[in-house]
Design a protein around this ligand. Structure first.
Ligand SMILES: [Zn+2]
Length: 409
């Protein structure tokens, strides 16, 4: 925890121009995803910002001058986080953003958990802290700063919600007016501390049925329920199983011509899915196959339940959750869209792009602590064929009963 009100716990930061180590002057700035400490170098007089060690900034600290000319960060691993932050000061957002206070408390000692982020997976894992901190600090008042789209993930009526009405993809650019709004809220409290919001929490400590407000798939029912499989579709990341198309996809991102190739890639993904469904139906003719995800382009196999949408809203999240908790397996390409499905379904098959190998498990919320975690959690290479994926499906469905029974003995 970092105490910030009424007194600030001052931090030591290094000037990004001359390297002098100095103490912050105590001024904070709430940028959006990040909380920054403002200071002036005692040696070269450069005014700069440093990230407070909160969320991913505790792993990849950033210091930068206000004009962006001088900066210090881990270029190899931290650029994805540092560059949008620095850019948010060069092109500050100007649009007014509605910020809402929901479930206001009567004051007391506040612990603020900042869950703002442009990536859904990051927001979701940051929110896990709310549930753990509630147990750890029962006498404190908790407030969670989050994107409006994710506020359904707070089921606890005693937690204040500070809801920012910006789409996730806009959040990385900073939030106009947030700093002032947040500081006004502090006046209602005796004291305010910031949670350091760890982002790699052991999910075994969590109760997903509390967070998602539905129970996960009941394993006892695995062999009794009619077989249901769900593929999670993305329109910006594809299962292609083709080195040529993979190269085309990467080039389209690098040279910004995604719109020209999108149809080809969607068509390819749809055709792989058709082959997968056909192959699975050979073993399980009555399988129910669902497809969820954002974007409705791309033809799906005949007889699939197309639950894809163009725009996300709370009612869709809740409908999808019912589908996931009824799914024996969820299948999809690596990404934060896999977190909730893997928390609720019995098992998963993740198609893993090779450049994401280092990030394996970051998007998985399944939490079995036995050999079931291996049996019901499979990672396959991005160049896997529909036949191979189908082979995993058939093996998992047919073999589950035996593995599960052996574990009960
Ligand atoms: Zn300096």
């Amino acid at each position: 925890m970092i105490e910030i009100y009424p007194e600030i716990n001052k931090s030591e930061n290094q000037c990004p121009r001359c390297g002098t180590l100095g103490r912050s002057n105590g001024k904070l700035y709430f940028q959006g995803t990040h909380c920054l400490s403002n200071q002036v170098c005692s040696d070269c007089s450069l005014e700069f910002y440093s990230t407070l060690p909160i969320g991913h900034a505790s792993l990849f600290p950033v210091a930068f001058s206000l004009d962006g000319q001088y900066h210090q960060f881990n270029r190899e691993e931290g650029s994805w986080m540092a560059e949008p932050l620095i850019n948010s000061f060069q092109n500050p957002p100007i649009k007014e953003v509605p910020i809402q206070l929901l479930q206001p408390s009567s004051g007391g000692d506040l612990l603020l958990i900042n869950c703002l982020d442009s990536c859904f997976g990051h927001v979701f894992t940051k929110i896990w802290n709310v549930y753990l901190l509630k147990k750890q600090f029962p006498t404190k008042t908790l407030a969670v700063l989050l994107p409006e789209r994710c506020r359904w993930l707070i089921s606890d009526k005693e937690v204040e919600i500070w809801s920012v009405a910006l789409p996730l993809e806009e959040l990385g650019k900073g939030v106009h007016g947030l700093d002032l709004w947040v500081k006004q809220q502090f006046k209602r409290f005796h004291s305010v501390a910031l949670s350091v919001v760890p982002v790699h929490i052991d999910q075994e400590q969590l109760d997903f049925s509390q967070i998602l407000q539905v129970s996960p798939f009941e394993l006892e029912e695995f062999d009794r329920l009619p077989l249901q499989l769900t593929f999670i579709w993305r329109s910006d990341r594809f299962w292609l199983n083709s080195r040529g198309l993979d190269l085309l996809h990467k080039a389209s991102i690098k040279y910004n011509f995604q719109n020209w190739v999108e149809d080809i890639l969607q068509h390819r993904q749809g055709s792989l899915l058709r082959r997968l469904v056909k192959r699975v139906r050979k073993s399980f003719p009555n399988v129910a196959f669902y497809v969820t995800g954002i974007g409705r382009d791309g033809k799906l196999p005949h007889g699939c339940h197309d639950e894809r949408v163009e725009k996300m809203q709370e009612s869709v999240e809740r409908r999808w959750n019912e589908i996931y908790r009824g799914s024996h397996l969820v299948i999809g390409v690596h990404g934060s869209h896999m977190m909730i499905p893997t928390a609720l379904a019995a098992g998963f098959i993740e198609i893993l792009p090779r450049h994401k190998i280092d990030h394996l498990t970051e998007d998985i919320a399944q939490s079995y602590n036995s050999r079931l975690s291996h049996f019901l959690g499979r990672f396959v290479d991005e160049f896997s064929s529909p036949d191979l994926v189908a082979e995993h499906v058939v093996s998992m469905v047919k073999g589950f009963g035996k593995v599960y029974q052996n574990l009960q003995i």
